[in-house]
Write a protein that binds this ligand. Structure first.
Ligand code: GDP
Length: 443
């Protein structure tokens, strides 16, 4: 994400490096670079103009800080300004004084609205908040089924009365059902069109009037770039939004959309979608996004995500096993699944500074390896998973696994050798036999 933007901003920094102080003349060029890179990232023209003006004023007014180079200082100024434009802090989801909280989802078709509806419900469930999803998209074939399927997947009820009903009526009845069932939050998925049309807006406005939502979230596809600005403006003027979800941030998107939304509507991006899975939703943090734009990686998001997935007790047990060389294929599989739960390998890698330069073919190769290993372990018996020695001593077992997993005998043998080598190494590390690795015990 944001690779292109990061790269061109890098050249802007370079033009400032080595300058003694921030002056009108050296800032001129740096500002031009920043402006160009933001425009290349598909940010809205007016948004960029305002942004550049703010940066110019702050930079020129700033005293040159001792011990900091002008380029570092300029980065800080651009960073602060980016954070400001995107809303300073994370804006939490509205919560009504009296249940249920009503959330209305709006947006064009294909942006990820239905997926985001389910993602939000899962997010709420993790906070012990119950949800009811309401399916009002009677126009797109299978939209109702899609929501029902997603609901089942995350164990959240879906209210629907078929595709022949009137969307406003469905929303009204859905809300009534939520009240009756004492549900904490009701999320109403609405119909999208491929383009903004008056009929869609009219219907959305009527639904809004009927259910009086606490939150109207506009779902914006990050890939739409420049278009995000117009879309936000229209929806905000005609319906009035309270926030946005920026989806498909895992793709090859440019940064522009993130900058436009709050600047134009005054309303914050509350979440970002980072994948097709229902777990792939993250709170939007302007500060982190700014670091990402500036190419500093997003370590914080990664740490948070890892913490969510990783149980401390589990980690301690794992360390113990490693030290006693009991770490087996089942543990290995578990670790791998953890990594997978964190999203695609690419998604995780991109958040690590320096790693965002990995080519997509390198990432694909990594993902492919994971899949291959998972398949091979999947074909092992429980006994073999527990005792890798069974495999190193028996070619026939390895052959059976190769056949079962669809990979070659060579692949299986290599996995077994690699695994044993890794295990020995881990054990040595655990026992402090490697220089500087003595304190690894205890998790
Ligand atoms: P809707 O028409 O707005 O309801 O869109 P859907 O929820 O049906 O999503 C459209 C497509 O986008 C589906 O294939 C989703 O799996 C995909 N999608 C949704 N959100 C994301 C996301 O954050 N990242 C990626 N990569 N795909 C997404």
């Amino acid at each position: 994400m944001f690779e292109a933007l990061s790269e061109s901003l890098e050249s802007a920094w370079k033009s400032l490096r080595g300058q003694a102080k921030i002056s009108e003349s050296n800032i001129q060029e740096a500002l031009r670079d920043v402006r160009r890179s933001l425009l290349e990232a598909d940010a809205n023209l007016q948004v960029v103009k305002d942004f550049i003006e703010e940066v110019r004023e702050t930079a020129l007014g700033a005293e040159v800080i001792k011990g900091v180079s002008p380029d570092q200082q300029f980065i800080k100024i651009v960073n602060d300004e980016l954070i400001k434009v995107m809303g300073e802090t994370n804006a939490p989801l509205a919560e009504a004084n009296k249940a249920p909280t009503v959330i209305l989802m709006a947006g064009l078709q294909g942006t990820g609205k239905t997926t985001a509806t389910a993602k939000l419900a899962l997010h709420l469930r993790k906070q012990e908040r119950s949800a009811l999803l309401v399916a009002t998209d009677v126009y797109r074939p299978a939209a109702i089924d899609q929501l029902v399927t997603l609901g089942k997947q995350i164990n959240v009820p879906v209210f629907e009365i078929g595709a022949d009903a009137n969307p406003v009526e469905i929303a009204r009845q859905g809300l009534a059902a939520a009240r009756e069932q004492n549900v904490d939050t009701v999320i109403i998925d609405t119909a999208g069109r491929l383009q903004i049309d008056p009929e869609m807006m009219g219907e959305l406005a009527t639904i809004k009037k009927t259910v009086k939502p606490d939150e109207v979230l506009l779902v914006v596809d990050a890939m739409t770039g420049q278009e995000a600005a117009n879309l936000t403006r229209t929806f905000h003027e005609e319906i009035g939004i309270t926030g946005a979800i920026l989806t498909k941030m895992d793709g090859d998107t440019r940064g522009g959309a993130a900058l436009s939304i709050r600047q134009i509507s005054g309303q914050p991006i509350k979440f970002i979608g980072v994948g097709e899975k229902v777990e792939a939703l993250q709170p939007f943090y302007p500060e982190r996004m700014a670091s990402r734009i500036l190419g500093m990686g997003d370590v914080l998001s990664l740490v948070e995500k890892a913490q969510e997935e990783f149980d401390i007790a589990d980690a301690e047990k794992m360390t113990q096993k490693i030290m006693e060389a009991q770490f087996d294929f089942s543990d290995f599989l578990k670790q791998m699944r953890l990594l997978k739960n964190m999203g695609s390998l690419g998604g995780v890698m991109k958040m690590i500074p320096g790693m965002n330069k990995l080519s997509s073919s390198q990432l694909e190769e990594g993902e492919g390896k994971l899949k291959q290993t998972e398949a091979m372990i999947g074909s092992m018996t429980q006994a073999e998973r527990k005792d890798p020695d069974l495999l190193s001593s028996s070619p026939s077992r390895r052959r059976r696994i190769a056949k079962g997993s669809g990979y070659s005998l060579n692949d299986v043998s290599k996995l077994v050798t690699d695994f044993q080598r890794m295990r020995t190494m881990m054990q040595q590390m655990g026992q402090g036999q490697m220089p500087g690795m003595g304190g690894m015990g205890g998790g």
